[in-house]
Design a protein around this ligand. Structure first.
Ligand code: AMP
Length: 184
């Protein structure tokens, strides 16, 4: 079962992704976390990747493909995975199709105002380097311009499921699980 969770900043896709992974014994793969680990470990391109992340820009597709293809080929992904943070644009969606098949794409949908509100709160609590107002604005603009077309792409394949992300965390989760159970 190959699952993708999509949604704007602060939509809770990380939280939902982790819970889903736990429930279905699948690895939770967050490209944002993978990239943060890469930077922390001081990889060859660490400085460049950190700067892009801090300013809310996307990392180039080739580099992403390299780390993701390797990760998804690991034995723990044999029965599936929950992918969080990719695809960010159509090119990445097509790239994924070259080495995996997506079974479910869940959109955790929240408004732009709610996204801004939640990330402002997260910035106070977690002090994430890339939660500055400028970087957030950039990430939201990128989401609107580049990630929204990805929704169409999955909709046309009949695998897009839109979930109201402004409900309580457990309600969002219950909605996702019921889609999985109804379509299994
Ligand atoms: P996230 O934790 O998903 O919000 O990702 C944090 C940052 O990591 C993003 O703002 C991008 O700079 C980078 N990133 C994560 N996933 C991707 C991706 N699929 N393509 C390009 N950059 C990404």
């Amino acid at each position: 079962m190959n699952i993708i969770v999509l949604g704007p900043q602060g939509s809770g896709k990380g939280t939902q992704g982790k819970q889903l992974a736990k429930k279905y014994y699948l690895p939770h793969i967050s490209t944002g976390s993978m990239l943060r680990r890469y930077v922390a470990a001081g990889g060859t391109r660490a400085e460049e990747v950190r700067e892009l992340m801090d300013s809310g820009e996307l990392i180039d597709d080739l580099f992403l493909e390299e780390i993701l293809e390797e990760r998804l080929a690991q034995p723990d992904c044999k029965n599936g995975f929950v992918l969080d943070g990719t695809p960010r644009d159509l090119e990445q969606a097509r790239m994924l199709d070259r080495f995996i098949s997506v079974d479910y794409a869940f959109l955790i949908d929240i408004s732009e105002e709610e996204s801004l509100r939640r990330v402002a709160k997260r910035a106070e609590i977690e002090h994430r380097e890339d939660d500055t107002p400028e970087a957030l604005k950039k990430r939201l603009a990128t989401y609107t311009e580049k990630t929204l077309p990805v929704l169409d792409y999955y909709e046309r394949q009949g695998i897009l499921y839109c979930i109201d992300g402004e409900q309580k965390v457990h309600e969002v989760f219950a909605n996702i699980v019921s889609v999985l159970e109804e379509t299994a």
